[in-house]
Design a protein around this ligand. Structure first.
Ligand code: FPP
Length: 249
């Protein structure tokens, strides 16, 4: 597939950070009379392709919702498969991602993940820490309300210990206690499979993010579909709560 930016996209106005909710893997598999896990396997290939495409097209960050705090309620075999898939992918793809300059990070409560997965997570994050081509963040056992609550607790503890006054608590301080501290906010969220919800994903960080919803199931979300999402984004007027620049003078 073509690695250069399609000519109808303006390279000056690309979203710099894209977040994705990869929905529809199960339905994709079921519609083909395959087990749900086949959808996740295909979904992982789609994500790999999208990461490469973002890098090729000059987008500097991609954040993917791989497993939510609510996903533990799925059948045990599916949860076990997903944990194994994450681990296997990291082990198999790390060398190539590192070579391509991908910096990998993880957000979420990683402490309850299988120990062998935690080890791969640590290894891949440490090895790719200084890479600059694209920042790839994977949300695993992530829930936004839990993240905000955790930040509140950390700030409250600082106040309790007398290391901070109440007056010093502001938005930028709270942000420093989120998993995403020191990263940019997403410019564009893409959610596939026709669902139009945020599902507890980056609620704080996406206050001004443009949303794009498509009926395409995640495993079918290819470069052409991504191209459409970017065209939609470039047709938007991002005002961040202000009056349009050209009208405000
Ligand atoms: C949602 O589809 C998908 C998931 C919960 C899993 C997503 C994980 C991957 C694509 C693997 C990615 C790998 C890495 C390393 C990040 P669904 O199962 O909810 O689909 P449905 O709504 O059709 O049932």
């Amino acid at each position: 597939m073509n690695s250069t930016l399609p000519p109808d996209l303006n390279p000056q106005h690309l979203p710099q950070h894209i977040a994705v909710i990869m929905d529809g893997n199960g339905r994709w598999a079921t519609s083909r009379r395959l087990p749900r896990i086949a959808g996740h396997r295909q979904g992982a290939k789609t994500l790999k392709e999208l990461l490469r495409c973002c890098k090729d097209w000059g987008i500097s960050a991609l954040t993917a919702y791989a497993f939510s705090t609510e996903n533990w309620r799925r059948p045990t075999e599916e949860v076990d498969f997903l944990m194994l898939l994450f681990e296997r992918l990291l082990r198999r793809e790390l060398a190539q991602m590192h070579q391509e300059g991908v910096r990998i990070s993880f957000i979420g409560d990683l402490s309850v993940l299988p120990k062998s997965l935690q080890a791969e997570i640590e290894r891949s994050s440490a090895q790719t820490r200084n890479n600059q081509a694209i920042h790839f963040t994977v949300a695993v056992n992530y829930g936004s309300r839990n993240e905000i609550m955790r930040a509140c607790r950390q700030v409250a503890e600082l106040v309790q210990r007398g290391e901070l006054t109440v007056e010093e608590v502001n938005e930028s301080l709270v942000e420093k206690h989120l998993y995403t501290a020191n990263t940019s906010e997403p410019d564009l969220l893409i959610r596939t499979s026709g669902e139009m919800r945020l599902s507890n994903f980056l609620l704080w960080q996406m206050a001004y993010t443009e949303m794009y919803f498509t009926d395409i199931l995640w495993p079918d979300f290819n470069r052409a579909a991504f191209h459409q999402a970017l065209l939609s984004y470039q047709g938007r007027d991002r005002r961040f709560g202000q009056v349009k620049a050209s009208l405000s003078a």
